[in-house]
Write a protein that binds this ligand. Structure first.
Ligand SMILES: [Zn+2]
Length: 295
């Protein structure tokens, strides 16, 4: 999910003002899976605040974090979680260049070494500071005072870190143009981030074909039993089917509806239990504009 100028719609909708950094609801932290070499924990902001996940990979002597929140108070909660583990953070990964994954943690983790794919590093180098300034102007203390930008390029490939095998892959043309996938085959963990949402409305900018292809690729990777999402809790392979069905339904509904309002009401009726309704407003107001719609 991207967070844009229009994120104000979301905050207004849930009754939070820019000055209310102290009164926001807390996130959640839990352990997803563990063996004798590695534990994987997830920290997640509340559903009404994007359900942004940060994953904490706890190795024997170090911690690796994946993604750093949008709102600064949640990155600070993440910091309290990693402090309580009491191991040094050796790498902080950013999965892709959408602001809800990289603008939150500059104050909470000002000096950790940040890793990203080359394209993501370049994109944040170019646009990150401007994005941060925009969000500061809109949301004040909810936004970090500074960025901690990627300084290390992560190339696709395999590495052993802390005696655990990591596989890094580049995935393209889905929810974002480019994103990093991290896989831990020894414990069946597939960190998909924003390729997979869990019970949060998917952020649809336009054609969904590339996104469906990326999901179908994960379906074939049968050794991975646990999929970690960028928005929402982890799940099994059923999450992939849920996302594919959702995108199919979105495509069908775009074709069959006459305008934004009709589209949104059909989606909400089909998925009443999903969080992030405001995400639909954001993409309808700013991104998704089929030619045949009247508004
Ligand atoms: Zn996102």
């Amino acid at each position: 999910m991207k967070s844009f100028n229009s994120t104000v719609i979301l905050l207004t909708a849930i009754g939070i003002k820019a000055s209310d950094a102290q009164s926001i609801p807390s996130g959640k932290l839990w352990t997803v899976v563990q063996n004798d070499k590695v534990k994987v924990h997830t920290y997640m902001s509340p559903a009404a605040m994007f359900a942004n996940t940060s994953h904490i990979i706890e190795l024997e002597n170090e911690i690796i974090i994946v993604d750093g929140q949008f709102f600064a108070p949640y990155a600070l909660e993440l910091k309290r979680a990693t402090d309580s583990i009491g191991k040094p953070i050796s790498r902080f990964y950013i999965s892709h260049d959408h602001p809800d994954h990289y603008i939150g943690f500059g104050d909470a983790f000002p000096s950790v070494k940040v890793y990203a794919l080359e394209e993501t590093k370049e994109s944040i180098e170019k646009d990150g500071q401007g994005v941060l300034l925009q969000r500061q102007a809109q949301f004040g203390p909810m936004i970090a005072s500074k960025l901690n930008k990627p300084s290390v390029i992560q190339n696709p490939g395999e590495e052993i870190i802390g005696n655990v095998k990591f596989i890094f892959e580049k995935s393209t043309n889905h929810e974002s143009a480019v994103s990093l996938i991290i896989k831990l085959p020894e414990i069946g963990i597939y960190i998909a981030q924003d390729i997979v949402y869990n019970k949060i409305h998917l952020f649809v900018e336009g054609n969904t074909k590339g996104w469906q292809e990326a999901l179908n690729k994960i379906v074939k990777e049968s050794e991975y039993k646990t999929i970690l999402s960028g928005h929402g809790k982890e799940g099994g392979k059923e999450l992939l089917k849920d996302n594919l069905d959702y995108l199919d339904f979105v495509e069908k509904t775009i074709t069959q509806s006459k305008n934004k309002d009709e589209f949104k009401s059909i989606i909400l009726k089909k998925y009443p239990e999903y969080g992030g309704e405001q995400l639909i407003d954001i993409y309808l107001n700013f991104y998704l504009k089929p030619h045949h719609w009247s508004n």
